[in-house]
Design a protein around this ligand. Sequence first.
Ligand code: NAP
Length: 299
Amino acid sequence: MKIGFIGLGKMGYHMVEHLLGKGHRVVVYNRSPQKTEKISRESGAIPAKSYEDLINKLKAPRILWLMVPHSSVEEIIGLLSGLLEPGDLLIDGGNSNYRETRRRAIELGSKGIHFMDAGVSGGLAAAKTGYCIMAGGPEDQFRRVEPMIRDMCVKNGYGHFGPAGAGHYVKMIHNAIEYGMMQAIGEGLDLIKNGPFPDTDLLKLSDVWNHGSIIRSFLMEMTHLGLKHHPDLSDIDGFVPNSGEGRWAVEDAKEYGVDVPVIEESLRIRLASDKVKTFATKAVAVMRDEFGGHGVLQK
Ligand SMILES: NC(=O)c1ccc[n+]([C@@H]2O[C@H](COP(=O)([O-])OP(=O)(O)OC[C@H]3O[C@@H](n4cnc5c(N)ncnc54)[C@H](OP(=O)(O)O)[C@@H]3O)[C@@H](O)[C@H]2O)c1
C-alpha cells in the first residue's frame, strides 16, 4: 500500500520503519526536515518538503496518517483540508480526545473526506516488537487500511471498535487504567522503602517479581529498568505530568455516573506531584520515561 505519514517523533518514526520493512511505500513529512531526510536516506521513505508536496506525491484516493500531539491536530487538519479530496482518508494516530475526533469526523465527512482514529499503544519498546492499535471509524475504511495496520502491530494486536471516536475512547480508557496500575506499583515500592524493611533491594525485587509472580508485567519491567538506570530513584524529582487522557476519563466517568476511585485518585496524585513528591510518584515518573521516553525531572 502507499500512504502519507505526518509526524516522525518518538512513535511515528518507528511506525514508518515498520511499514517500510513490510514493503509499503511511505511518503513522509515532518515539521523539522532532518527526520524526513534521515528516514528517507536510511530506510527508503519518500520525502515530502511540505503538505502540498506530500499530497502531490500520493494518488487520490489517498491515505494519510497523523502521528502528532493532540494539541497540533486541529492546526494540521486545517492546513490539509484545502488539499484533500473526496474519498481521501485521514487517520489520527495520536492520543486525541474522542469528542474532538467525533466532531472532526462529521466536519471532514461533510466534504467527503473519511476520518478514522487509531489509538496506538506499546511505547518506545514497540519500535522493535510492533504496536497495539485500537481503531475507530467507518468499517469499510478500516478494512481499506487493515493490511497496513496489521503490519505495524504484534500478532492479534489490533482491532476495530466502532464508529469515529471509539478507537480514541478505548485508548483513553487504556491510559486511565495505566494511571492506576502505575500508581499501585509505585505505592507498593514506597511502602517497602518506608516500612519495616527499608533496606530491601528493590532492583532485585522488581526482577524477581517479573519471574513468575502474579504482578509480573510490562510496567514491572519498566519499573525494573527505571531502578537500574536511577539507583534508588535518588536523582529523580518525582513530578509526574499528565497528558490529558486520565483527566478526560475522569470527566467522562462523572458524566456517565461511573465510579472510578482508583483512576481518579491516581490523577489527583499526579496533579499534586508538582508539590507532593513521594517515592511512589518518582517510580511512576521513571516508568513513564522508560516506556514512553517522556523524560524525568532530575533533582
Ligand atoms: N510516546 C509514547 O509512548 C506514545 C504512545 C502512544 C501514543 N502516543 C501519542 O502519539 C502522538 C505522538 O507522540 P510522540 O511521542 O511520537 O511525540 P513526539 O516525539 O513529541 O513527536 C511529535 C511529532 O509531531 C510533530 N509536531 C508537533 N507539533 C506539530 C505541528 N504543530 N505541526 C507539525 N508537526 C508537529 C513533531 O515534529 P518536530 O519533529 O518538528 O518537532 C514530531 O514529529 C501523540 O499524540 C502521543 O500522545 C505517544
